[in-house]
Design a protein around this ligand. Sequence first.
Ligand SMILES: Cc1cc2nc3c(=O)[nH]c(=O)nc-3n(C[C@H](O)[C@H](O)[C@H](O)COP(=O)(O)OP(=O)(O)OC[C@H]3O[C@@H](n4cnc5c(N)ncnc54)[C@H](O)[C@@H]3O)c2cc1C
Length: 371
Amino acid sequence: MIESVLIVGGGIGGMSAALALARQGVAVELIDSDPHWRAYGAGISVTGISLRAFDDLGVLDEIRELGFIGAGIRLRDPTGNLIFEAPVAPDAPLVQRGGGIMRGVLHDILATRVRAGGIQVNLGVEAVGYDDGADGVSVRFSDGRQSRYDLVVAADGIYSRTRAALFPEVPPPQFTGQGCWRIVAPRPQGVDRTEIYTGGPVKLGINPVSATHVYLFILEHVPDNPWYEPDQQLPHVSKLLEPFGGDVPAIRAGLGSESLVSYRPLEWLLLPAPWHRGRIVLIGDAAHATTPHMASGAGMAAEDGLVLAEEIVRSVDVESALQAFTARRFERARMVVENSVRIGDMEMAGGNQMDANRMLGDTMQRLAAPY
Ligand SMILES: Cc1cc2nc3c(=O)[nH]c(=O)nc-3n(C[C@H](O)[C@H](O)[C@H](O)COP(=O)(O)OP(=O)(O)OC[C@H]3O[C@@H](n4cnc5c(N)ncnc54)[C@H](O)[C@@H]3O)c2cc1C
């Protein structure tokens, strides 16, 4: 019987697990090493599986109000001419829709629910030692405190320290050869769904994140994995946007020192099954970090939290709950990670965006099955 859970990491995965467990009556404590508990980056695309998971967590109304929910996708050539528009039934179910939201807004929606849900939140704290026994895990914290839990859920992200401690044999995340720029801008009229500009020197996308704003993402082939100082970022982005037409020139002209621009090299990691050792289990990016080509990392992390809570309630002991958890999650995570990396490889090899789009469509269809 699991009555008390420590969650290490308050990102999308950790907060989803906290909400799903707390509503089953489990006493949940959540720690995050960031004393300010912020979300970094600009906007985030939310695919159908993310929307379904957020609905199951009970936060869809806030996402609809403060973010953007639409449907379909448009492909454009670099000059802005329409190449293809995916048809979408007006009554398409949530899992076939998509949208976007500012990362900070999504974080605040989930964090407000966590605080309102009676979950104890301790910030600026890390777990520095685990004593995993038959009756529970005794955890030592960086603030000198020590406490015991029936289960520890590590949702501490792609560079998970828990993973490094528990699975030292697993290699670190691997760089794919691409870097991702994200830029927030006012929403051009007519951008009512994700638009991808393909066939240019870089892949560019525009995604609404609210009634008033979009975020642009640019995937750049950067085999040398460069580092960009903050003062180099805006000039670099402006240069990358230069060859594009459509709505891009107006967005480019509006960029300035106050614009939100962020850069991340793309990396991936898939932890071999099982994702637990004793009473400590990994979820979210800590277990399966993917590139943004399927925009499904957030949905996968949220689903992890929901599935973990279901298996904990259903199973008779910790070991069978955690075995069942990985059994339900591993193949799904493998498909997302491998197909995302494959699409990036196709892009770097100069492949046809329609092939990549087909793979994306097939994967999305399979992900739409119940999690
Ligand atoms: C460039 C880029 C673009 C992306 N775009 C999208 C997108 O459009 N759509 C999408 O769905 N996904 C996207 N993703 C993936 C998505 O961001 C992740 O899959 C998702 O955030 C994973 O959530 P998480 O909770 O597992 O980890 P994280 O969001 O990384 O959260 C980890 C949390 O743990 C905390 N933490 C870290 N270490 C410790 C520690 N030692 N102790 C305590 N706390 C700790 C951190 O402060 C953080 O709050 C993108 C990823 C990248 C790199």
